[in-house]
Design a protein around this ligand. Structure first.
Ligand SMILES: Nc1ncnc2c1ncn2[C@@H]1O[C@H](COP(=O)(O)OP(=O)(O)O)[C@@H](O)[C@H]1O
Ligand SMILES: [Mg+2]
Length: 333
């Protein structure tokens, strides 16, 4: 039964481990967040922070070596981890659309783009061949591909990188998903094309009321499109909040450092990019201390012995850190 009061997506205490020859890798460590229908959440963090594995865990798209060892994933109130294979396929094919960084890994090179879209429409929307063809051309038009009827008979390699990413978005949107998960969809593209794709998603969002999870390592990208931002570090959410509030008063030293890496335009020149010193921790053990502490200029003794829980700082904004940037002291928690 669909629960209409439930958020679109509700994730609680999600944990995912890779079993490798050199031991377990704790890639996702008790992730909890919710997404409302129509909301756009940006997920940011350095490479290796667990963004992709978290999203793959949601719909059980993990490689064989990975195991979800805890937590709950509810989609419109329905328990995803308890779904049958058929229910899961239906959810992935119809209710959730995915866009990945490299469209060539997701597009099939030997079939025309038209066929790849129409197959999905026929399978999940029960359309006839003719109906699916009309809708497929409509979708290509929607994502800004000109002469869409003709382009249906082209193969993926006949599209440029930016156009292929648009095709991927068209496929992801084919069945009117309620949730779109875009994993670094513009990272492989040049800056101009990247801006066009971001503009496209902003526009689509207004037209189609869907929830979007937009993963990127670039805080600058989410600033322009997200309602809310989740900051990940070492497989954990270290801070999350409404985009304006998060940029106006970043709480976590890691978020603050990420913000400092953004180029600031001062006059005509951009300042040199800062980088965050130190390395992310190895994920061989589940963290029992703050994973950022070794790189943190503000760490207290307590941070070395206890992993901070998320503290509400008001306005729907919370942070997993005990240092209070306003006072420079330990938070009173
Ligand atoms: N196939 C794998 N085998 C073992 N560990 C993996 C595998 N894929 C990812 N990981 C681990 O999970 C962590 C998170 O990876 P990922 O979610 O891909 O990071 P992100 O998307 O934030 O760059 C990585 O740091 C890595 O240690
Ligand atoms: Mg990734």
């Amino acid at each position: 039964m669909r629960d209409t009061t439930a958020p679109l997506l509700d994730v609680a205490g999600l944990k995912t481990v890779f079993h490798t020859r050199s031991g377990d890798v704790h890639a996702v460590n008790s992730i909890s967040f919710a997404l409302e229908a129509g909301e756009l959440v940006g997920v940011v963090g350095e490479s290796g922070s667990g963004k992709s594995v978290t999203m793959m865990s949601l719909m059980d798209l993990l490689p064989r070596s990975a195991e979800i060892v805890g937590g709950e994933v509810l989609f419109e109130g329905r328990d995803v981890r308890g779904m049958t294979r058929a229910e899961l396929l239906q959810l992935r094919g119809r209710d959730v659309g995915f866009v990945f960084q490299d469209p060539m890994t997701s597009l099939n090179p030997v079939f025309t783009v038209g066929r790849q879209i129409t197959e999905r429409l026929r399978k999940h929307m029960g359309m006839t061949k003719a109906e699916a063809k009309v809708r497929a051309a409509e979708l290509l038009g929607l994502v800004g591909i000109s002469d869409p009827e003709r382009r249906l008979s082209d193969y993926p390699h006949q599209f440029s990188g930016g156009m292929r990413q648009r095709v991927m978005i068209a496929i992801a949107l084919a069945c009117d998903p309620k949730l779109l998960i875009a994993d670094e969809p513009t990272t492989a593209l040049d800056v101009t094309i990247q801006a066009q794709i971001i503009e496209l998603v902003r526009d689509l969002r207004r037209k189609l009321d869907m929830g979007i999870i937009w993963i990127t390592h670039d805080l600058g990208v989410v600033a322009g499109i997200a309602d809310r931002v989740i900051v990940m570090y070492a497989g954990q959410i270290v801070e999350q909040g409404p985009v304006r509030d998060l940029f106006a008063r970043p709480q976590h030293p890691y978020t603050r450092a990420l913000l400092e890496t953004l180029p600031k335009v001062t006059g005509e020149r951009s300042e040199r990019l800062h980088t965050i010193e130190g390395q992310p921790p190895s994920l061989g053990d589940e963290p029992t201390s703050c994973p950022f502490a070794p790189r943190c200029a503000h760490a207290f003794a307590r941070c070395m012995t206890e992993n901070p829980f998320r503290v509400d700082v008001g306005g729907g904004h919370d942070v997993a850190c005990w240092w209070d940037p306003e006072t420079g002291e330990m938070r009173d928690v």
